[in-house]
Design a protein around this ligand. Structure first.
Ligand code: AGP
Length: 620
């Protein structure tokens, strides 16, 4: 985790670095720091526990000026969030400054040796060993010292390093943590992610594993660990910084929820030509796909819930056995995966360490790996055999929303593509489903228009929940019940709510109620029942009755116009438009996201940056 940024140029480095950090705060925000060359061989470093704004406040009181510097926003792994553990970390001579994203697994052994050799450590972090190792190897050439130092490191890192004796350059390196170079005119940048620097340049070089980079005012050099020069041509970024900003919404999460119709439109325009489905970047042959005997889907968190929904889609339409698992479990259970397995890994960021590790494990076992990913150039896309980009655009809020529906939409199209290849579904049914799929952006718009206005029904339900909670029902929590293809949505609704509102929430297949969770039902739980028209509609109605009979409070998501279900005495109702049951998860996801959003808003929590979380989880 963590975000790093470096700047060499003629402008105010502090302003650029702080702005960059703010755009990287989705990667962590428990402390931040900056080191800049202040001219006349001066070098200053400021660090502060808390969000980037805390650091900004310090810099307002004690300003720094300079044109070259590095900065960091942290998500703690080794050592509590504190001023001392914040980056940059310095060596004993206080001449070398390092910012780091990743984990140095052998830091304790290195630290023990460096202490014996006379180095003094100030923090509890793993990162500080990097500064001291570079100090140990420094003999007048920073790049050379960094090269020697990183060869000693086990684990993952993206680093930016400066040395007081070379106040014209920044050296960077990466292994398994992202790092990009922004190429400008008389200025160059390093950053964990493009939004940090997109305001200044669209020319980006993706740094690869085991590369050492050096940037100064007018040059960029990339070398291998053996010191061999590597030629790189910058790639042009064609998305805009406004896409990475709030665009008038109070939170990124709300903005991203409202972007979903456009995301779906983009996916349809990119993937469909008439009734032909195409994935131009796929890089797997039709033969690879047809000979697949089983499909494994592996991902984390929200992406896992999309994958679990994919299991229902793919089994129904392709008649291929599919299992879905979380990346962290897959890896350690000796999975049965071979050369007849298509492994689908799903990730918004493309940097999730558990998913990357699962991908490597599956490849080792001979599986073909297909990545469904939102971030171009990310580690997961580079290491997979094939890739399908999900085209959600940059997602900034920690709670994933548009990336989820983009993953679902992409899985739907891939399912129909594979079903067609395998001849597992009639052409007439595929066409029928594609025509229904093209309606989805309009249906999403219909839902969002309804819940756009201030004081909308879902916002009102959230208000009621808070009032209920404060009236003494502090044991209240949320239970999400659903069946079949919407069961993963129950898990996702619960995850969204707990992530941002810190209220206990659980997702359950409604049929499992009677096997235990029904014991929880009294006047405390608010039970969100996904009860739209489907083949399990009658069963869901019975579940609702079971909850009502035990005084549970029911929030039912129902198909618009279904008056009949209201006779069950529902406490709260959320309507969604009628759609083929197969695609209903795409629609139902939206009210679930909005409910979580409005509950968190009522409780006044930090919606875009919930406590203890980070957008991209690059630690196992
Ligand atoms: C979603 O709201 C979460 N923040 C989290 O579960 C996320 O989906 C998970 O960490 C996976 O991330 P990825 O899609 O970037 O791999």
């Amino acid at each position: 985790m963590c975000g790093i940024v470096g700047y060499v140029g003629r402008r105010d480095a502090v302003a650029i670095l702080i702005k960059g950090l703010k755009r990287l705060e989705y990667r962590g925000y428990d402390s931040a720091g900056i080191a800049v060359f202040t001219g006349d061989s001066g070098f200053a470093c400021k660090k502060k526990k808390g969000k980037v704004n805390e650091l900004s406040r310090i810099l307002e009181q004690e300003p720094l000026t300079g044109n070259i510097g590095i900065a960091h926003t942290r998500w703690s792994t080794h050592g509590v969030p504190s001023d001392t553990n914040a980056h940059p970390h310095l060596d004993c001579s206080q001449e070398i400054a390092v910012v780091h994203n990743g984990i140095i697994e052998n830091f304790q052994e290195l630290k023990d040796t460096l202490i014996i050799e006379g180095h003094t450590f100030l923090s509890e972090t793993d990162t500080e060993v990097i500064a001291h190792l570079i100090e140990k190897f420094y003999a007048g050439d920073l790049e050379d010292a960094v090269r020697k130092a990183v060869k000693e490191l086990h684990g993952s890192y993206a680093i930016c390093v400066t040395h007081k004796k070379e106040p014209y350059r920044i050296v960077g390196a990466r292994l398994d943590s992202p790092l990009v170079i922004g190429v400008g005119e008389n200025e160059n940048f390093l950053a964990s992610d493009i939004p940090a620097i997109l305001e200044y340049t669209r020319d980006i070089i993706y740094v690869q594993n085991n590369e050492i980079v050096s940037i100064d005012l007018d040059s960029v050099s990339v070398k291998s660990l053996d010191g061999m020069k590597i030629e790189k041509t910058p790639e042009k970024i064609n998305w805009d910084i406004t896409q990475a900003e709030k665009g008038g919404f109070p939170h990124f999460m709300l903005k991203e929820i409202f972007e979903q119709p456009d995301v779906l439109r983009k996916i349809i325009n990119t993937r469909l030509s008439g009734e032909n489905i195409h994935f131009d970047e796929l890089n797997l042959t039709e033969d690879d796909l047809v000979k697949t005997r089983n499909i494994a889907i592996v991902a984390c968190g929200t992406a896992y819930h999309a994958g679990l929904t994919g299991k229902y889609m793919l089994e129904e339409c392709t008649r291929t056995p599919v299992w879905a698992d979380t990346s962290s479990e897959f890896r350690y259970r000796d999975p049965i995966v071979g050369d007849d397995t298509l492994m689908i890994v799903i990730s918004q960021s493309g940097e999730t360490a558990d998913t990357l590790a699962a991908l490597r494990e599956a490849k080792k076992r001979g599986a073909k790996v297909l990545a469904l990913c939102n971030v171009l150039g990310s580690s997961i896309t580079r290491e997979s055999d094939g890739v399908i980009f999900t085209h959600a655009g940059p997602e900034i809020a920690v709670a994933s929303t548009k990336a989820y529906t983009a993953q679902l939409a992409t899985l739907y199209l891939f399912t129909l593509y594979l079903a067609r290849l395998k001849g597992a579904l009639s052409e007439a049914r595929i066409k029928e489903l594609l025509s229904e799929f093209k309606r989805i952006p309009y249906l999403l718009e219909e839902i969002l228009t309804r819940y756009k206005v201030d004081g909308n029904e879902i916002a009102h339900y959230a208000k009621d929940f808070k009032a209920y909670y404060e009236k003494g029902h502090t044991k209240s929590f949320f239970l999400y019940l659903a069946r079949n293809i919407n069961y993963p949505n129950a898990l996702e609704g619960a995850l969204k709510l707990k992530e941002i509102s810190y209220i206990s929430a659980e997702g359950y297949p409604a049929g499992e109620m009677k096997h235990g969770p029904i014991a929880l039902i009294d006047e405390n739980p608010w039970v969100v029942c996904i009860a739209t028209k489907s083949r399990t509609y009658d069963k869901m109605r019975s579940n609702i009755q079971e909850v009502k009979a035990r005084n549970g409070i029911v929030v039912a998501i129902v198909t618009s116009g279904d008056e009949n279900i209201r006779s069950l005495g529902l406490n709260y109702v959320i309507d969604v438009p009628a759609v083929d049951e197969f695609f209903s998860p795409l629609l139902i996801a939206l009210p679930l996201q909005l409910l979580a959003y409005y509950v968190a808003l009522e409780f006044g929590y930090d919606i875009d940056q919930p406590r203890n979380l980070a957008k991209s989880v690059t630690v196992e």
